[in-house]
Design a protein. Structure first.
Length: 133
């Protein structure tokens, strides 16, 4: 029987969803625990990570509702960290979040360029400079 060849992942993708469009946000929020988990995975596996934000809205169609995607943007964890504005307590919650400039993100249509140029290999060379929040 034929067996599939072994594969090695070349990057991680952390998918975040919410009702907002990156283009309309004042800032992007990411819980400090999530940021640290992403960085921890990158350091442990020695594989770079991208963060995708998918705008997902609820559409009501009686008697139910469904979720509909409206847009997707991406960044890498290094670019996101370089655009960090602040770390603050989240309103009404007992956890902290990092607040980032939205210009860290690019439209998903540009992600093919990341693959064509193999930019993830350049990112992998920067793993040791990542620091936890």
């Amino acid at each position: 029987a034929d067996t599939l060849p072994a594969y090695r992942p070349i990057f991680h993708i952390e998918l975040k969803t919410g009702p907002g469009s990156i283009d309309e946000m004042k800032e992007f929020q990411l819980d400090v625990n999530d940021s640290n988990d992403i960085i921890g995975a990158v350091k442990k596996t020695r594989i770079p990570a991208y963060v995708f934000h998918a705008q997902v809205v609820h559409v009501y169609a009686a008697p139910t509702r469904y979720s509909a995607p409206r847009g997707i943007w991406y960044t890498d964890i290094w670019t996101l960290k370089s655009r960090q504005k602040a770390t603050r307590q989240r309103r009404g919650e007992d956890k902290k979040a990092g607040y980032y400039r939205t210009d860290a993100f690019r439209p998903i249509g540009e992600f093919v360029g990341e693959l064509e140029t193999r930019r993830y290999e350049q990112l992998a060379a920067q793993i040791d400079v990542l620091e936890l929040d």
